[in-house]
Structure formats: C-alpha cells, structure tokens
Design a protein around this ligand. Sequence first.
Ligand SMILES: [Zn+2]
Length: 361
Amino acid sequence: VTAPRASLAAAACAAALLTLPLARGDEPPAPVMVVDLHVDLPWQVHVKGRSDALTEGHTRLEALRRGHYGGLVLPIYLPDKIRPEGPSVADAEAVLSTIERITAKHDIFLPLRSPLAQPGRISTWLAIEGAGAFAADLDALDRFIDRGVRLVGPAHQANTAFASSATGARVAHGLTPLGKEMAARVYARGALIDVSHLSDAAFADVAAIAREHGAPIVATHSSARALAPSPRNLTDEQLRAIAGSGGVAGVNFHAPFVRTGDAVTLDDVAAQVEHMVRVAGVDHVAIGSDFDGGIRAPEGLEDASKLADLARLLEQRGMARADVLKVFSLNALRVLAFRGDGSHGRGRVPTTTLPTAGGPL
Ligand SMILES: [Zn+2]
C-alpha cells in the first residue's frame, strides 16, 4: 500500500466511524463528531499550572466527551515573551513532553500517529504555534515534523525571523527569505503551514508557496473578517484562496473574532460558519475553537460540551447534516491527511468506501 492510499484509507475509515451507526426508526441520529484544529490544552497544563487530570476548563475530559470530540490538534505554543531572547527549541521539547504525558495518562486519547478515530476515543495531532525559535535550526523543525507535527505557524503575536504577524509591528515584508525557505521545506516534508496569526502579506506569500507544492492553505483558528473586523480574521478573498487550494479555515470562537460588540451568542457563531461556507464552500470550513487559549467564549458555547448545540443549531438554521459533518470533522481530517504527495486532493473524504482498517493518519 502506497502512502497516499494509506492516507485515503485512514480518512475513509474515519468517515465511516463518524457517520455510523446510522439512525434507525425513531432513534435520534448519531451525534456529529468534532475534530478541532486548535485547543490550547497543552498551554494550560504546561504554563498555567492546570492539573493534568483534565478536570477543569473548556476542554476538561468530561466536556470533550459530551461534545463528541473525536480529534484535537494540540499546539506546541511558544509564547514570544517566554524569555527576553524569545523561545528556544528546548522550550518546544518541553511542551512536547507535556503533551506526550497528557495523552499517555488518559485512555481517551489515542497515541500520536495511531490509527484514527476509534469510537469513544480522541485522536491527537501536533502543531507548532509561533515557530520563530526554529529560525536558527531548521533541522530541528524537520525532527519535530518527523515526531508528528502536522502544522507549523511561522509567527504568533509578534513578528519572527520567518514572518510578519497579523498583530506585530508594521513591516513591509510578509514571509522573510528564511520564512519562504522554511515554508517550502515544511511542505516538502509533508507537513503544512498554518496561516492563522500571519499578516495579510505573509498569507499571500504562503499561498504562493502552497500552490507550488500542491498543498492546502490552512488557517487553524481564524474566523471571517467580514463579520468581525480583526486582523486575526480572514478576508473573503483569503477564504476563497483557501478554498482554491483545497484547504480549510477553522472558525475561532473568541467572541471578538465572532462579532464586534457585547453579548456574542451561539447564533453569531452559526452566522460565522454560514458566512464562511457561503464564501469558501462547505468543503473548506472547519472548527478551530481556540478553547483554553484565553478566549472569551460566546454565550451558549461556554466549553467543548456545547459543540453538540452548535451542530443542532446549524441544522435548525438549514444546513444539511452531511454538511455539518464536513465542517465539524471531515474537512479537518482531509487536510490533516496531507503528506506532500497530492493525496489530500481537492475533493472530499470518500464516505462510500468502508475499509475495515485505517493506516496511520
Ligand atoms: Zn492562536
């Protein structure tokens, strides 16, 4: 079995598990499984002192269960100000150790790179948020990709040696020459660049390199700027570029990124999803909650358990159940299956083939 076939088989397997068992008679339909492209659980445990028992916060285990979570992208978040000279590769090692400890401690988590989506368990993938520490050592970045990092965010709040940030000091450049080299190297190694937190100029530079590599553009946790004018959000033009690449944008639940003003509610989040789907298409929107990332959660979406309410609301507002499933998990799974070999495709995760076992995803 070649690598692309293995990836597709895994994705198809996931799709089968996500959609089965089908409802029969009067039984309610199976809940919609969530694959969330960004939750800051590692930061809470590694930096903020949360217990690794995971009984607190937006993503406590009980909330993940009640929200029907089947997958989480866990960022190795490297704060710009972790030390005066900025974060180091050793800091990334330390966070990765914490993530490995958390996922090993709780049975609900499948080990990194294990076969995807067993019912009642949660798959995990790694990302790096704010990769500036790797500017002096791109070989180290290769090693993190080999250890399971699927997404690399070149900058966080501040500009780095790789890229200008959406919220950094104004500079003329997007990606630096080193940032362009890094992005090409990440794609060639089968991982992805995360454009969330990047400036518009850096987004454009990433888009050009993604095109050269046939890679999907992924914004793990960014909503639509048309409804909430933050530089952290995506313009409609950027949403269309993401769609054209076969990529996804994960809607971010931070209230000011959902809608300006007070009293942001679940309905406003639904409106964000609907706008993003209208502009980018239903194959290019995902969930990137930013839970536990210091966000102000909307009313009615207070923690991970409430994702089921969002699914129900989207259906009530007219979205087909099959489309909710795409937004909640299938689209994320498609891009996470990228391996630099064209296997992610622009199409859909096949839902009609039901292999009996999936390979590592
Ligand atoms: Zn972030």
